[in-house]
Design a binder for this molecule. Structure first.
Ligand code: LLP
Length: 402
């Protein structure tokens, strides 16, 4: 990544997110290439970074979209992703979302409970449509990641167990409003171990074969997302080995493989850039206070997540400090007990690997406007989301003041 953070700060002010679109291209091509032996669809998990220009960039490369709300489905459609490349997942879809998804004729709905299947069946019947269904199987496998982003154990709220899934496929087969086309499985995020993925794919493909034996022939297996990235010194899953593990289980099946990577596509493409406001010392604890905060990038506060941090000055005098934002909570920090240089007012601080679940998890807490988002592609920068103003923040309340 060769991005001049200072130039961008002068042009767009701080804080901002900047995304290296060439890195996104590289990630997409690496994963798509790994599956080249098969029909495959890379359905980008829009939740990771749902900026329209980011989705459009991936759409232009050929990606589909994995969406978890009708809003995300609409974002994908808006930038021209074909409906047949869009999947709608999530444990709690509301009726109007199911209706709109069916009317948009997307590829399939990933159903996560038998109650939801009944709802989809009813709504499809009312609309005179046949709903293409994929069922999310919960393989009860520990993905060995952070508990908040682990989803493949029965103790997690996601998917259904194998026996329930089987019953649901039979219900689909017997319904004139449901068409069982796929099977879905996603065990967690920021995965760095291949073994749990292998185990869950084995469980899924065994079920696909079982269903085939009773004449339920699926066309898609959606292996979920979850591929980890480097934040610190993680050893990653090799994408070729990942694809190989998937493909060897598919032997003899005429199946299109879908995967739903979010973080892998955009995580390392993004940097959050903020500037130093002040330094202070309380007792003997040093604090560096910047203009960005937990409302802009909540991962350190929420998951205690590590992001590599660099102060962009030439000072060589490093010491221990907490890097914190202006929000009135002790949980408002980007890093605790890190070695950073002595800073001055307006020094820039780069917080790396912030392209996934950065801006999309941002809020207006403390009436702070969401920051600007910038794309850099082939050395050229462009604004892809304006910084929010005070007027933007109050727009939906103002008329109600009595
Ligand atoms: N598919 C499903 C069904 C998912 O639930 C997720 C992520 C993905 C795909 C994409 O996962 P990825 O490839 O990005 O790992 N906010 C957390 C991550 C939450 C992940 C939620 N589900 C974080 O900042 O680490």
């Amino acid at each position: 990544m060769n991005i001049n953070f200072k130039e961008l700060a002068n042009k767009y002010q701080t804080p901002y997110y900047v995304y290296d679109f060439d890195h996104i291209t590289k990630q997409y091509e690496e994963l798509k290439g790994a599956f080249k032996a098969r029909k495959s669809l890379i359905a980008y998990a829009v939740k990771a970074n749902s900026n329209l220009s980011v989705i459009k960039h991936l759409a232009d490369l050929g990606a589909g979209a994995d969406c978890v709300s009708i809003g995300e489905v609409k974002r994908a459609l808006k930038v021209g992703i074909a409906p047949y490349k869009i999947i709608f997942s999530g444990v709690g879809k509301i009726d109007s979302e199911i209706k709109e998804a069916l009317e948009s004729d997307i590829l399939m709905i990933n159903v996560e409970s038998d109650a939801e299947l009944n709802r989809v069946e009813l709504i499809a019947k009312e609309l005179g449509k046949v709903a293409r269904i994929s069922i999310r199987v919960n393989p009860n496998i520990d993905p060995q990641t952070h508990p908040y982003i682990s989803t493949g154990l029965h103790e997690n709220k996601f998917g259904v167990d194998i026996d329930t899934a089987k019953r649901m496929y039979i219900q689909c087969k017997n319904s004139s409003s449901l068409d069982p086309v796929g099977m879905h499985c996603h065990i967690g995020s920021q995965l760095t171990q291949l073994e749990p993925i292998k185990e869950s794919i084995k469980i899924v493909t065994d079920l696909v074969r079982n269903l085939k034996a009773i004449k339920i022939e699926l066309s898609f297996v959606d292996i979920g997302g979850g591929l980890g990235i480097v934040y610190d010194d993680e050893t990653l899953i090799d994408t070729k080995e990942y694809a190989q593990a998937v493909l060897e289980n598919m032997f003899g099946l005429d199946i299109t493989i879908i995967c739903e990577p979010g973080r892998f596509m955009v995580g390392n493409a993004g940097t959050f850039v903020t500037k130093v406001l002040y330094e202070k010392v309380n007792g003997n604890k040093r604090f560096v206070i910047v203009d960005g905060a937990m409302n802009d990038l909540i991962r350190p506060s929420l998951y205690n997540a590590y992001h590599k941090i660099e102060v962009l000055n030439d000072n060589e005098e490093f010491s221990d400090c907490n890097l914190v934002g202006p929000i009135c909570e002790s949980g408002d920090f980007f890093a605790k007990n890190v070695q950073l240089q002595k800073t001055q007012h307006n020094d820039l601080v780069a917080i790396y690997s912030a392209g996934a679940y950065g801006f999309t998890m941002a809020s207006n807490y403390n009436t702070r406007g969401k920051v600007a988002e910038i794309a850099v592609e082939k050395g050229i920068d462009r604004l892809i989301r304006k910084r929010e103003t005070f007027e933007d923040i109050i727009a939906l309340e103002e008329e109600f003041i009595k």
